[in-house]
Design a protein around this ligand. Structure first.
Ligand SMILES: [Zn+2]
Length: 572
């Protein structure tokens, strides 16, 4: 038994995520966590909401709520959707937790102690009416290049020119619209990533088995242009982790908070501490996952994220950990993903284009989405969601192959032998060939799951379902029954044992259907299969079962067309 720590990139608190976000981190992390639990490993699976920063403040202001209340409400919404998609987090934390405050301040203090923090004075735009400094993107005005009147302080959306806020004509605050803006001096803390560049590079070079997507992004940021740069880790905001030394003031930093990118990954650790608090555990119980001086040396730590998050996880967060000079666990493997596109374009939150998590669950159960998203995960390139592909995949893989198999074998047994496994008879060569095929395929499936090759694993699983269906089709117990009911009984026994085997193998992908199959088979024995021949005798003659409801309904053309229209975006 191994110990496996799994974290999913933490979703920003502001708004409900779309299916592209889901398949880029949380869902594949869940697949891996479930599989590792199936294999009896000790798993700690942590996710959380990322709650700090200006977007949360502005969204709260728009909703007319204090930002803390807004975040608490949105956390509950996201936690509920995670449950709906059956994401099996051991804990779904919050980056605004007291645990994260303490740990973030702790890391900053250690970094300062070790000489990796520098104070830098910079000029920034201050809005007198809003009584706050404004990040570049919250300053609007007219583009000096093209005359577009809603250009942002960092870039003009219209002509794509990179801008400085001071370039804008008639600059105003995007928060209040006020034009009473001044450039003021402000002091910030910088993490001296440049001083840690050599260490980070050596660490990345030592990762022989990481996906190319992960290492190529890390190397690009290390070397392109001027290479890895020092980064500001504080902001002039009120919502966030106060810049303090464990409760004591940090001189010159009064009223400032840590920048969201600094505290968000620390929440992986804090979230594990929150898990301990929520479950009546001790400090030692969470530290054994994170401190190599307290038992975490044998932990394998795997992170899941979209490619946009790779720079933070390969450079900045490791810089925080390394610079602390404390024995914190570093990541062992980073599984990163490309983007999922939507029906000929991109998902767009602002245009309401694409399917968002709560909408998905309002039209179909989680397993339908889980199966499609995972079997089309954007692993080696961007992939695309189309309704036609979704309909085909659900109708073929889930309804025609798996659902039909379960329905046919249980109904046939009930009509000829009753709702218990029949006795007598022997299966023939066809069954032997099936068992041999399943032996090979199951072991291949395990290899792909271990390696987090998600699409390959899905393909193997689908082929395992198909093999059973084809066996049943060609063995045809309904024909054999007329001549030799004993031999047909042996086929039926094999078929019903296959339902149990499929339930166990499919659990990481489609947990609800898996539970329904096991319940129908009246079986609590979920042990992962050793030799397949043995696994297919787990249910013995006389064992009672139930004929389940339809596992997967087919998607009708009218529904597909209706949904296609409904989710095409407000501008379509
Ligand atoms: Zn412009």
């Amino acid at each position: 038994m191994s110990r496996i720590l799994i974290t999913s990139a933490i979703p920003y608190i502001n708004g409900i995520k779309h299916l592209g976000n889901l398949v880029g981190s949380q869902l594949p992390a869940d697949l891996y966590a479930r599989y590792m639990r199936c294999r009896c490993h000790e798993v700690m699976f942590i996710c959380a909401t990322d709650e700090h920063g200006t977007p949360a403040e502005l969204a709260a202001a728009k909703a007319g709520k204090p930002v803390a209340d807004y975040c608490a409400e949105m956390w509950a919404v996201q936690a509920d959707l995670a449950k709906g998609f059956r994401l099996s987090f051991d804990h779904f934390g919050r980056s605004s937790s007291q645990r994260n405050h303490v740990l973030t301040q702790h890391f900053a203090a250690k970094l300062a102690e070790n000489g990796f923090i520098e104070e830098v004075t910079e000029s920034q735009v201050f809005s007198v009416a809003d009584n706050r400094f404004l990040p570049d993107r919250y300053i609007e005005g007219t583009c000096p290049n093209c005359g577009y009147d809603k250009a942002r302080g960092d870039q003009c959306e219209n002509c794509t020119k990179q801008l400085d806020p001071t370039d804008l004509i008639d600059a105003r605050s995007a928060v209040s619209g006020s034009t009473e803006l001044e450039v003021r001096e402000t002091k910030h803390l910088y993490l001296k990533q440049k001083s840690l560049k050599g260490e980070i590079e050596a660490w990345i070079d030592s990762q022989q088995d990481w996906p190319i997507l992960t290492t190529s992004i890390a190397r690009k940021w290390l070397h392109d242009g001027d290479g890895l740069q020092d980064r500001g880790i504080t902001r002039d905001l009120s919502w966030g982790v106060p810049v303090q030394f464990d409760g004591a003031p940090w001189q010159g930093m009064e009223g400032k908070v840590f920048y969201v990118w600094f505290d968000a990954p620390i929440e992986y650790i804090a979230g594990t501490a929150e898990w301990a608090d929520a479950n009546g555990k001790t400090e030692a119980d969470w530290e054994r996952w994170w401190r190599t001086d307290k038992g975490a040396d044998d932990v394998r730590y795997v992170q899941f994220m979209g490619k946009d998050n790779v720079p933070f996880h390969t450079l900045s967060f490791p810089a925080t950990i390394m610079g602390s000079r404390e024995p914190w666990k570093k990541v062992d493997y980073i599984k990163s993903f490309n983007y999922l596109n939507y029906d000929g374009g991109q998902f767009s939150t602002s245009q309401g284009r694409g399917v968002f998590m709560e909408q998905a669950l309002s039209i179909l159960p989680a397993d339908y989405w889980r199966w499609w998203l995972l079997s089309h995960a954007p692993e080696n390139a961007d992939s695309e969601f189309t309704w036609e592909n979704f309909q085909t995949s659900v109708n073929k893989d889930l309804a025609d192959v798996l659902g039909n198999f379960v329905s046919r074998i249980t109904k046939f047994c009930r009509s000829k032998y009753g709702e218990a496994l029949p006795e007598g008879g022997q299966t023939g060569e066809r069954a032997q060939a099936l068992i041999e095929e399943l032996e090979t395929r199951t072991r291949a499936y395990e290899t792909h799951m271990e390696a987090m090759e998600i699409r390959k694993a899905a393909t193997e699983l689908r082929t395992i379902w198909v093999a059973g269906n084809e066996y049943l089709q060609s063995a045809a117990p309904w024909s054999v029954f007329k001549e030799d009911p004993d031999r047909a009984a042996a086929m039926v026994r094999l078929g019903l044992n296959l339902v149990r085997l499929y339930a166990i193998l499919s659990e990481p992908f489609i947990p609800d259907a898996s539970a329904a199959m096991l319940k129908a088979m009246n079986c609590n024995d979920k042990r992962w299969p050793g030799p397949i021949a043995e696994a297919l005798t787990a249910l013995q003659p006389g064992h009672a079962f139930e004929t389940p409801e339809v596992l997967f309904a087919k998607i009708a053309d009218e529904d597909r067309e209706d949904w296609q229209k409904r989710f095409s975006g407000i501008r379509a």
